[in-house]
Design a protein around this ligand. Sequence first.
Ligand SMILES: Cc1cc2nc3c(=O)[nH]c(=O)nc-3n(C[C@H](O)[C@H](O)[C@H](O)COP(=O)(O)OP(=O)(O)OC[C@H]3O[C@@H](n4cnc5c(N)ncnc54)[C@H](O)[C@@H]3O)c2cc1C
Length: 477
Amino acid sequence: MPLRTPDEYIASLRDDREVWFRGERISDVTAHPVMGKAVKHAAIDYEMAESAAYRDLAVVSEGGQTYSRYYKIPANAEDLLLRSRLIEAATAEGDTLVVLIKEIGTDALFALLAVTAQMDDPVYHQRVRMFYEYCRDNDLALATAQTDVKGDRVKRPADQADPDLYLRVVARREDGVVVRGAKIHTSVTPNVNEVIVLPTRAMSEREADWSIAFALPVNTPGVKLLTSPFGDGDVRPGERPISARHKMMETMTVFDDVFVPNDRIFLDGDTRRAGALALTFVEYHRFTAVSYKLPLVDAIVGAAATIADYNGILGATHVREKLISLIVYAETLRALTEKAAQRCVPKATGQVAPDPLMVNMAKSHFAHGYHTAVQHLQELAGGILVTGPGDEDWTAPETRPYLEKYLVGRNGVDAAQRMRMMNFIRDLTASDYGAYQEVLAIHAEGSLEAEKLQIFRSYTDNGSAQRVMALARKMAT
Ligand SMILES: Cc1cc2nc3c(=O)[nH]c(=O)nc-3n(C[C@H](O)[C@H](O)[C@H](O)COP(=O)(O)OP(=O)(O)OC[C@H]3O[C@@H](n4cnc5c(N)ncnc54)[C@H](O)[C@@H]3O)c2cc1C
């Protein structure tokens, strides 16, 4: 099977899927003014595979087969580094917004392959393998729905007032199961072909019905996508240079008594492996996350240095300090991301995963520092981020001369140049898009506390306790 073209990808989304937006059923997501933008953004994936500049990075040719690099099962550190570079390059093409239509789905596939390989019954691994090959060979776009709506966060799935607050099996048939529940915050669902569903947490022995993983085409009857309208406002390209062109969509993904055929069920009732699957997915997915954060933090550093220069303050001591702390922030993230690949750990069947300690340190470092990085950038830019003129003020002959005269920067920096950079920073940090990135930094790919927990769990004793005890003994003698 050849790789799909951008047009073939877009055409594949016109399949009568049940997508809702602001209370209205959308018949064609590709033609919708807001959703169409997200579709165009996602098509970057397929454009890169066709472009001479990216083909070597975006496409793998081996054993007479050609397929998207996202589907390359990582066998060593080099595979992980190339995957990271591709994710970084695609996000840079998206002007700081991740593409995600293969990244998150292959994270789930790698986790499913690793976990099912350890099951006593080989049928689940065979099913995952077949599904993986089907997606790879047809160059499909994928979403992963893991996060449940969860109700009372402290109560287990089986103890919720409504058992459907975690997705579960409600009926069993000879040829499959029927599932009910709702996953939340599912990215890119309206513009992919398949949705992979994973458990969100470890399960107890009482929770066999909640221990379920499967995949379905998005247009399966009973799958309903309630799309978040966040960021659907009027975005003028001058004022919002990023979000006027790029968008990602999240859905509440409702499974209203949906039939899942046997060949699409990858885990069913195995309470012990539900938690392992949830965790293995997160190991892969946080590596994707830190890879796609790199163009974002690079943009913050570059914008901070540029606007400081335009404002004439580059020589000030406090400005230098802020720029240095931004550089350290960005480059520490890059170093930890690379280290996570280099220190990869073996999984089943010759596959590797990024080192969980390094990945969680990278993600935690990014998430804890992001708001401070934004603060530094906004501080260097000035209040005009939210008080500046609109696109129309630049075209009206009565107002433009005042903008040109009064909004200049240091000698040699004209108003249009300075305000272009200001608008970029505004979109990056002080718009719906900026707010989206801030919440994404804290919550996506797991909350701050989840990362801390994993850092603690994955730290293996490096002998420091023994060394300090030996030191204490030596000092006591
Ligand atoms: C833009 C965006 C895109 C996303 N995309 C996807 C996606 O494609 N697929 C997907 O599956 N998920 C996705 N997510 C979900 C993401 O992984 C979750 O947001 C994250 O796991 C946190 O879950 P939550 O938002 O439900 O918050 P909650 O879990 O409700 O957390 C809220 C607060 O409660 C705390 N808390 C939660 N439980 C407990 C407890 N038992 N005890 C004490 N404190 C607790 C948390 O630490 C946090 O401080 C996305 C999220 C965002 C914001």
